[in-house]
Design a protein around this ligand. Structure first.
Ligand SMILES: Cc1cc2nc3c(=O)[nH]c(=O)nc-3n(C[C@H](O)[C@H](O)[C@H](O)COP(=O)(O)OP(=O)(O)OC[C@H]3O[C@@H](n4cnc5c(N)ncnc54)[C@H](O)[C@@H]3O)c2cc1C
Length: 415
């Protein structure tokens, strides 16, 4: 036990809830703060895949070549708001610089190191929270629409195999046998055997937070505005109308993390890759596992609330309104793959927290040792929440870390 070590976790998404549970289990007196219900923001509307195979970053040598095609016309998986692109030029420049082979090799190794521990770090939390009944184990299918795109993916498959990811390559007939509702329009695919998915990701996170509260954790419904030093080993955390002092403050506020003010905060290049989903409430039975449409940039996931078509990337910041054309794009791509889809239901816009090198920031602030960053998990934060929570606890408690934390340190952006 660590009596009287008061630790605040800011943000009750997948990442913050896992941090809170691991810190509580290690004996900290933990407060979890969020203005919204646990798991109700980006951790709710995602594609729900626990994607232990996802070690290939979006910034990739091939991206530079395929960028014009990805962005041309209205039927495209990537959309950039011209006005916002000007705001984020430094981010874009760093992002594109990280498409160079040597950077990508580093990112694959660093993501692979986290992903190898992702399941072992998350399952005990799901078990403690009574959430294992939300896990569906039937692998994940990834489809390619033509032979050139399948051939272009071969190198990525080899890289995944190098990272220990078990993969089966499938021909068109195999796809139909596995998922008969798919249109026979795909040139081939990949089955990732190890992946699983969550029947309801928001419910899973909310059960983690319930476990935390039942075990004595404090949940506060409020927004952190600022963090300032309060001596050498404490910080004062400001909310509207009051402030409190903590020994540690973990910043796990997803895409909003760098909006928190204060002299303890480093200037980190966090931005957001917006993504959408469209629900088809009657159609979950059409698929038995999540199906990724590689060329369309989205997943079709059979979930508790129906079939969810989720994905695409829009660079337009945190404040722009949802773009209905992105939803139409997703609906059209989903219907091409699954012609039996019936009525369209609810839609959703979410904010992936993304740093331009496609690695999260997990580690101490350079400005104050009591501030620990845990954000920037981009496309795979549901998968990486558990291992991030474990690593954050070990960093705070100065234990030997399960993974070398050097690649995730904030210092990589500070020079
Ligand atoms: C379309 C789409 C599909 C995706 N599919 C997958 C997938 O299949 N698998 C996967 O692993 N990942 C997926 N992701 C990514 C994943 O959803 C995110 O990486 C993950 O949810 C991030 O979790 P988080 O806890 O960091 O952020 P969030 O879930 O956004 O939580 C952050 C919390 O911080 C709170 N907060 C913000 N500011 C403050 C403040 N000042 N004070 C207090 N609290 C604050 C917010 O209210 C929020 O609750 C997908 C994302 C999208 C958009």
């Amino acid at each position: 036990m660590k009596p009287n070590v008061y630790t605040l976790v800011i943000g009750a998404g997948m990442v913050g809830s896992c941090c809170a549970l691991y810190l509580q289990q290690a004996g900290h007196d933990v407060t979890l703060i969020d203005p919204h219900p646990p798991g109700s923001q980006t951790s709710s509307g995602n594609a729900a895949t626990f994607a232990t195979y996802a070690c290939i970053p979006v910034n990739h040598p091939k991206l530079l070549k395929s960028l014009p095609a990805l962005m041309s016309g209205s039927e495209r998986p990537l959309s950039v708001s011209p006005g916002y692109a000007l705001n984020m030029l430094p981010w874009l420049f760093t992002f594109l610089r990280h498409c160079r082979r040597e950077h990508v090799d580093h990112t694959i190794r660093a993501l692979g190191a986290l992903l190898r521990h992702a399941e072992a770090a998350s399952l005990p939390l799901f078990q403690a929270a009574g959430a294992t009944d939300l896990i569906r184990r039937n692998g994940t299918l990834y489809l390619y629409s033509d032979t050139p795109s399948l051939a272009a993916a071969q190198n990525d498959m080899d890289r995944r195999r190098d990272q220990g990811v078990p993969i089966s390559e499938l021909k068109t007939d195999d796809l139909q046998a596995l998922e008969p509702a798919l249109a026979p329009v795909f040139a081939g695919g990949i089955l990732y055997h190890d992946g699983f998915h969550l029947h309801d990701p928001q419910k899973a996170v909310s059960q983690l937070a319930n476990r935390f509260a039942e075990d004595g954790g404090e949940i506060v419904c409020d927004r952190v505005q600022s963090i300032e030093p309060a001596g050498l080993d404490q910080v004062r955390v400001g909310m509207p109308g009051n402030s409190r002092v903590f020994n540690n403050a973990v910043i796990a506020a997803g895409a909003w993390s760098t909006r928190i003010e204060g002299s303890v905060m480093d200037r980190l290049p966090l931005d957001t890759e917006r993504g959408y989903h469209v629900m088809f409430p009657d159609d979950a039975p059409l698929l038995t596992r999540p199906v990724g449409l590689a060329d369309a940039g989205l997943y079709l996931s059979p979930l508790g609330g129906g079939l969810r078509a989720a994905g695409t990337v829009e660079l337009a910041g945190l404040d722009a309104k949802p773009n209905p054309r992105r939803l139409d794009y997703i609906e059209n791509a989903a219907r091409r793959a699954l012609p039996a889809l019936s009525r369209r239901g609810d839609t959703w816009l979410g904010f992936r927290p993304t740093l331009p090198d496609s690695l999260p920031v997990i580690g101490r602030s350079s400005k104050h040792p009591s501030v620990i960053y845990a954000f920037g998990h981009h496309h795979i934060g549901l998968t990486l929440g558990g291992i991030t929570g474990k690593l954050v606890q070990q960093i705070i408690d100065r234990e030997d870390p399960i993974v070398d934390p050097t690649p995730y340190a904030a210092q990589r952006f500070l020079s």
